[in-house]
Design a protein around this ligand. Structure first.
Ligand code: FAD
Length: 425
């Protein structure tokens, strides 16, 4: 085999597609029963949908180009975004500058400071200079203590859990800077593919297979070793030989796989990156619970941090509203190991508190999805932890979302990394 790709998420699938286009032999090995990794889909109300909420921004030019190249552009629709912050028993609209002016939970002085720092971060092109400063300290200093407690701290804790104090200001800058660029006037548009982003994976699968590529699911790669004739990949109880391997899994998985290749320095570097996991509860109901698409739940006692009303963005599915309740939770957190039944009850009890009209009996369908490697922790010396695509181990390449920085990891940047890889091969 010329190329073995480990991991059938978007990075691995796209790498496979680019290689078969060049006429190369490809074998993709994916440990789960279905392809897609964090972008994998399921169904709700008989309609395909992502396990974890997804949309793209106007700035995601590479994602749009891929969608076009795959012949899916007519399915890409742009929708008006809407957002709120839930605080102290109320959903406050939070999209336009005027919403900040009216946001009474913080003092007028802190509202002005929040407006000014947001503007500064939107206009500043050199956010990488802030990389050694913890975001929470910068925000507290310049945005005011009250604004930090009400707006920013919940944002950091919600995304990074126990690691929130380590997160670099560059990461926060990247989010605000890019988000501003994707806004037209005061309106932000979000893109969604009718039929789900899973259509991208389906098209990639078809095209890889048409060109002779092989895709195997339900196969977990355990070891890579070197033989005189090349590399050997061990998965389940099988072995396959290859000239080149491209590993598209999380860093810790990579570190385990390359143990036999004997490069302790690389293994150590890979293991320096910490991850946080995610839980998404997806449900359908006839009930209209909120008026906004994206709702940040800024209550530190809430078991979930985002209430995402998918149907607000794209419309109802077979007459039902579709919601996600999303949490970033570390694998060691007790919530992560709770049963789906327990998670459902914990999430729904809290939902009832913030949306008193929520009636669990009216819920049609519920699905719960977990990933233990959902987001890398972009701490203050993160740029030094990033592993190069070209590892230094002959014919072994790494490609994953931990290499995406300072931008927030996502579909667009995964495509960007695959482009980088192709230039190296
Ligand atoms: C809650 C949430 C919301 C998100 N929202 C958005 C969004 O709105 N827009 C956006 O653009 N992006 C979003 N993302 C990010 C996006 O989903 C990811 O950046 C992208 O899917 C990562 O793809 P990947 O292939 O790099 O990694 P992954 O999807 O993690 O793929 C890695 C694959 O490797 C496999 N694997 C691991 N170990 C092995 C092994 N030993 N053998 C074989 N296979 C193995 C895994 O099963 C997995 O399929 C979101 C992510 C989450 C968690």
């Amino acid at each position: 085999m010329k190329n073995v790709i480990i991991g059938g998420g978007i990075s691995g699938m796209l790498t496979g597609y680019e290689l078969v286009k060049k006429g190369e032999e490809v074998l993709i090995l994916e440990k789960e029963e279905i392809l897609g990794g964090l972008l994998a889909t399921d169904t709700i109300s008989q309609i395909p949908i992502e396990r974890f909420y997804h949309h793209i921004f106007k700035t995601d030019k590479k994602a749009v180009k891929l969608i076009k190249d795959l012949g899916l552009i007519d399915k890409l629709k742009w929708f008006d975004s809407s957002m709120s912050i839930y605080f102290d028993d109320k959903f406050y609209p939070f999209r336009k500058p005027i919403d900040l002016v009216k946001f009474k939970p913080i003092s007028l002085l802190d509202r002005v400071r929040t407006g000014l720092i947001t503007l500064y971060l939107q206009k500043n092109r050199n956010g990488e200079k802030l990389s050694n400063i913890p975001a929470y300290l910068w925000i507290k200093k310049y945005g005011g203590k009250q604004a930090y407690e009400v707006i920013w701290k919940p944002l950091l804790v919600s995304k990074f859990g126990k690691y929130y104090k380590q997160v670099s200001m560059t990461w926060l800058w990247g989010r605000i800077y890019l988000r501003a660029s994707s806004t037209e006037g005061q309106e932000e548009k979000l893109g969604y593919l009718t039929g789900s982003f899973g259509s991208i994976l389906e098209r990639l699968t078809d095209k890889i297979k048409q060109k002779g590529g092989i895709i195997k699911t339900d196969v977990k790669v355990s070891k890579i070793s070197r033989k005189r004739s090349g590399l050997e990949i061990r998965y389940n109880d099988k072995i396959v030989g290859t000239d080149r391997v491209i590993i598209c899994t999380s860093n810790d998985q990579m570190a385990k796989m390359i143990e036999k290749l004997g490069n302790k320095k690389i293994q150590k570097k890979l293991n320096q990156v910490n991850y946080i996991g995610a839980i998404n509860l997806l449900f359908s109901t006839k009930q209209n619970l909120v008026d906004y698409y994206w709702n940040n739940i800024n209550d530190m006692k809430s078991p979930f941090v985002a209430l995402v009303k998918h149907s607000q963005l794209v419309g109802k599915y077979n007459g039902n509203h579709i919601y996600y309740l999303g949490a970033y939770v570390s694998e060691e957190d007790v919530l992560f190991s709770k049963s789906n039944q327990q998670i459902k009850q914990i999430f729904f009890d809290y939902l009832k508190k913030i949306c008193p009209k929520f009636n669990q009996k009216e819920v049609k369908e519920v699905k719960i999805f977990k990933s233990s490697r959902a987001q890398q922790i972009t701490d203050t010396n993160y740029s030094q932890k990033i592993m190069d695509i070209k590892t230094g181990i002959e014919n072994v390449y790494f490609l994953n979302f931990s290499q995406i920085y300072p931008w927030d990891r996502g579909l667009n940047w995964a495509i960007d990394k695959v482009d980088e890889l192709m230039e190296l091969l």
